[in-house]
Design a binder for this molecule. Structure first.
Ligand code: NDP
Length: 447
């Protein structure tokens, strides 16, 4: 829906005050467009100051990170932590270590997190952070020293009641462990609830590593059920082969679907007989190799360098690598090849033009802020376990995750129908998240 005069003025101001941050502009634009029906129905929400505060981070921290590599060479990286909204609880969101990280990327991720975290219903605010540090090819010692240098500054800004970082691209349980170790050393406190995504032995939660990928699949299951389908015998293409992709592939496999392709930053893997989670695990975790090593182990598979997987025919697409990785031409190819549903495992992986193509073709489309919310929801369960020094079983935690994903799915559909957009998960997710955060902001007064 087109922007009204108030939101047009606000959007133009955001673009001019946050120059050279296209991903942030894109994320704000999508939300402002899709909340229009709510603004029209409840004019009090059109208060320019409310929307202005919603789109202005509460705080943005940028810092220098100095570390020394194995050859004795000194490196200087840039670190970021954006606390976007604490209206619903302490800032919560991951850290990304990737050469493409800049302030605009961190702001887009933190902004998306506001609505995602609101959808979980778990009382968590929104933040995100990271660094332009490139971990690829770095030794374990280098990763540890970088994490320690990063936390030497970050520790001033975080804590279990203030801001609780977790993982994202380039940050898994190993990095979280090194970050927590340094936090503990500097603060002299074993505050397990300061970081989530920890290894079990230092206060992590069962299911947290699997949660984002499993959660996406639970969401897809609910979307398909709505249309009278199931995952059994469906053909799926997943992009990426990191944390989210690997666990989505494993859960899809368990549920009877066949994942025929996945990818990494150097190309894609096509395995018509179905990507095997055990071989993927061997390649990524035992050999710590790139994805092309899979094709050396499975003769029926081929690795196609330099291309994305979207022209491989499938009924379900799960983009789970990075932002804007699936464009208009990819969407057209997917629709032509028999696509019925898309669920974003990554944050904002589909461009606005691609989403338009899916809409026009009547494809069920789940935005990342709904479909990948299982990770942060399970992080909140990790915080609960840390707070009461408890440990929940795998099956209980997994059941809570599955229930949460079904609840988010239903919230999106009910909200969309309520605003005359039946089946529109983007509208449902954005309006539902917005209404929750807006009412908390109003309750808190002008802060
Ligand atoms: P990982 O670092 O574990 O994996 C990232 C994967 O994406 C790798 O296969 C990587 O390939 C690939 N990739 C990264 N950048 C690019 C690029 N520019 N082009 C093509 N491929 C790329 O990250 P996660 O799996 O944790 O995160 C994936 C996505 O899911 C991100 O958008 C993240 O924000 C989102 N997400 C993650 C959550 C989590 O719990 N981890 C929670 C919610 C969302 P290579 O190895 O070659 O670099």
């Amino acid at each position: 829906m087109p922007l009204d005069a108030v939101t047009t003025g606000l959007y133009n101001e955001i673009v001019s005050r946050n120059p050279a941050e296209p991903e942030f502009h894109q994320a704000v634009s999508e939300v402002l467009h899709s909340i229009q029906p709510a603004l029209q129905r409840q004019p009090s929400l059109r208060d320019a100051s409310l929307l202005q505060r919603l789109c202005e981070p509460e705080r943005q921290v940028m810092f220098r990170i100095v570390w020394v590599d194995d050859n004795g060479t000194t490196h200087v990286n840039r670190g970021f932590r954006v606390g976007f909204s604490s209206a619903l609880g302490p800032y919560k969101g991951g850290l990304r270590f990737h050469r493409s990280v800049n302030l605009g990327v961190v702001k887009f991720l933190a902004f998306e997190q506001i609505f995602k975290n609101a959808l979980t219903g778990l009382g968590i605010g929104a933040g995100k952070g990271g660094s332009d540090f490139d971990p690829s090819g770095r030794s374990d010692g280098e990763i540890m020293r970088f994490c320690q240098a990063y936390m030497t500054e970050l520790h001033r800004h975080i804590g279990p009641q203030t801001d609780i970082p977790a993982g994202d691209i380039g940050v898994g349980s190993r990095e979280i462990g090194y970050l927590f170790g340094q936090y503990k050393r500097i603060t002299n406190r074993f505050e397990a609830g300061t970081l989530t995504g920890k290894d079990l032995v230092i206060g992590g939660s069962l299911v947290r590593p699997e949660a984002t990928g499993y959660g996406v699949v639970y969401f897809v299951e609910a979307m398909l059920a709505e249309r009278g389908h199931s995952l059994e015998d469906k053909t799926v293409v997943v992009s990426g082969s990191g944390n989210v992709a690997q666990h989505a592939i494993a859960k899809l496999h368990q549920m009877g679907a066949t994942v025929v392709a996945c990818s990494d930053s150097s190309g894609f893997l096509h395995d018509p007989s179905g990507v095997r989670p055990d071989v993927l695990h061997e390649v990524k975790h035992v050999r710590r190799a790139k994805l092309d090593a899979y094709a050396d182990l499975v003769p029926a598979a081929r690795f196609v360098p330099g291309r994305s997987p979207w022209d491989i025919p499938c009924e379900i697409a799960v983009p789970a690598a990075t932002q804007n990785e699936l464009g208009e031409a990819d969407a057209v190819a997917l629709v032509k090849n028999g696509l019925i549903a898309v669920a974003e495992g990554a944050n904002m992986p589909c461009t606005p033009k691609a989403v338009e193509v899916f809409d026009e073709a009547g494809i069920a489309f789940a935005p990342g802020k709904a479909a990948n919310a299982g990770g942060v929801a399970t992080s909140a369960l990790e915080m609960q376990q840390n707070a009461c020094r408890d440990r929940w079983s795998f099956s209980d935690t997994d059941k809570t995750l599955a229930d949460t994903m079904r609840s988010i799915h239903n919230t999106c559909l009910i909200t969309a129908a309520n605003y005359e957009k039946p089946g529109d998960y983007v509208t449902g997710a954005n309006i539902s998240g917005f209404l929750t955060v807006a009412s908390a902001m109003n309750a808190l007064g002008l802060v």
